[in-house]
Design a protein around this ligand. Structure first.
Ligand code: FAD
Length: 448
């Protein structure tokens, strides 16, 4: 991409044509790009950050749920029934089934690609998380799942010529012609150049919106761009109020350079007591009949969030306004053996789990609403697909859903269909790009 004209006049937009345009290079976007390339399509994969390094995927440190049956016999239908139960009747069952059925295949494929799932006696280790009826969550030690998934997908992309990767390209509008998505306009951040892209299919994989909340686990790229892009293109948004709060986000003391939701794996491996200001465990008080805590870590995220919020409202919160999470009952050697180098990083932040509890509180973590799509993940605008966070409604009420599993099959088929010529980007869109349309973005620093 060349620099803007030296005479100060706005240069004509750079134009790029392709079969499939994938917007967003997190786990979902990278995987969608690979799939489209495997189906024979030419692909442009664009990201407002660096490819595979912006968004949630690279930040996710914990586990990925799939019915692999490596730790205990399992079947994707068990995973589906746990998911639907946790969704309390609100899930789109077709999409939830897609996620649960595809999950094991995708995790095994990642295994073949050497992602490095933690193993024990040769089999992939699977931890049990709240809401799952058996151990189902695979991970990469230590707290390295998301970075490993990102690295693996980046390596796969490196080996594929059909995917052109463009970082620091903010997509600002989807182009629609005769009711069909046919490309996008964008702003190239390093040069300030407008860019137009023509494509037979457009896939929105731009991640979530939790960066809009004061307390959140998001990166600065998670401001909800994809929702705005889809809505303006004519897609329907649903369940926008369905924000999942992660109950035990880190609150105090100050924690620098670490994932604010990292206490989950500590609880999987070591237990961990959630205490109110009276130093009393309270989860049991909020457990439902079918979800009794029995002192173990079994409350789903919504119930645990409710429990902590109620304790704070009742005046039994910790000093910073949350609850205490204590590992003081766990021998120091056990903490070290479970989390090795992470213990040193905590020490650098002045945290010694064997000696003192930390404070935790609910933080905005995951958005379960988004673009209404069909089973091919196509929105009501032909040619416009979504995946990852965008594929809704509420397929992920449980923690630990496989980030890259939901890929837009329709986009591949559409790109392959011989009858569809690549449409030109509408003139009005090019004009908007030339004028420098305002991107639906906010620059924010990392919160929490
Ligand atoms: C801190 C944290 C920890 C998590 N831990 C887990 C876990 O342990 N297990 C689990 O299953 N899930 C976890 N999740 C959720 C999981 O990471 C996400 O569901 C998943 O990674 C989403 O992938 P994605 O590709 O849809 O989005 P992202 O990975 O967020 O990628 C979206 C990409 O789109 C780009 N983008 C945004 N707007 C634009 C635009 N206008 N133009 C161009 N590019 C754009 C962004 O830069 C970004 O690279 C976690 C999430 C967070 C935030």
């Amino acid at each position: 991409m060349t620099a803007a004209g030296s005479n100060g006049a706005a240069a004509a937009p750079t134009h790029i044509g392709t079969d499939v345009l994938v917007i967003g290079a997190g786990g979902a976007g990278m995987y969608a790009a690979l799939e489209a390339a495997r189906a024979g399509a030419a692909v442009v994969l664009a990201d407002r950050s660096l490819i595979g390094r912006g968004g949630a995927t690279v930040m996710a440190q914990m586990t990925v749920a799939a019915a692999l049956g490596e730790q205990t016999p399992d079947h994707w239908e068990h995973h589906l029934s746990d998911t639907l139960a946790a969704g309390r009747g609100l899930c789109d069952e077709r999409l939830a089934a897609l996620l649960c059925e595809d999950g094991p295949r995708r995790l095994r494929e990642m295994d073949d690609w050497k992602v490095g799932w933690a193993r024990e006696d040769g089999h992939i280790k699977q931890a049990q998380a709240p809401g799952h009826d058996r151990p189902r969550c695979a991970y990469v030690d230590f707290l390295a799942t998301g970075p490993a998934v990102s690295r693996t997908l980046r390596a796969q992309l490196n080996a594929v010529n059909a995917v052109r990767r463009i970082g620091e390209l903010v997509i600002v509008d989807i182009a629609v012609r005769d009711g069909e998505a046919c490309g996008a306009t964008a702003l190239h951040l390093p040069t300030g150049r407008a860019v137009t892209l023509a494509a037979k299919a457009v896939v929105i994989a731009t991640g979530g919106l939790t960066g809009l909340y004061r307390r959140n686990s998001a990166s600065c790229n998670m401001g909800g761009d994809g929702y705005a892009l889809a809505l303006r293109a004519g897609a329907e948004l649903i369940d926008m109020e369905f924000v999942q709060f992660f109950p035990i986000g880190h609150l105090a003391p100050r924690l620098v350079g670490m994932d604010p939701i990292m206490w989950d794996p500590f609880r999987y491996k070591l237990g961990g007591r959630l205490l109110n200001a009276e130093m009393r465990e309270f989860e049991q008080d909020y457990a439902t009949r079918d979800n009794r805590s029995d002192g173990r870590y079994v409350l789903t995220r919504d119930l645990a969030t409710y429990a902590i919020t109620r304790e704070v409202e009742a005046g039994r919160g910790s000093p910073a306004g949350g609850a205490y999470l204590s590992f003081q009952h766990v021998p120091e050697a056990e903490i070290r053996s479970a989390f090795g180098p992470v213990v040193d990083r905590l020490a650098a932040n002045g945290i010694d789990l064997a000696k003192r509890p930390v404070e935790v509180a609910p933080i905005a973590h995951y958005h379960m609403g988004g673009v209404r799509v069909d089973e091919t993940l196509q929105a009501r605008v032909p040619g416009l697909y979504t995946c990852g966070y965008r594929a809704t409604r509420s397929p992920r009420p449980l923690c630990s859903a496989p980030a890259p599993v939901a890929t837009p099959r329709g986009a591949r088929c559409r790109a392959r269909r011989s009858g569809r010529r690549r449409p030109p980007v509408p003139h009005s869109t090019c004009c908007a790009a030339r004028k420098g349309a305002t991107p639906p973005i906010r620059r924010r620093s990392l919160v929490n």
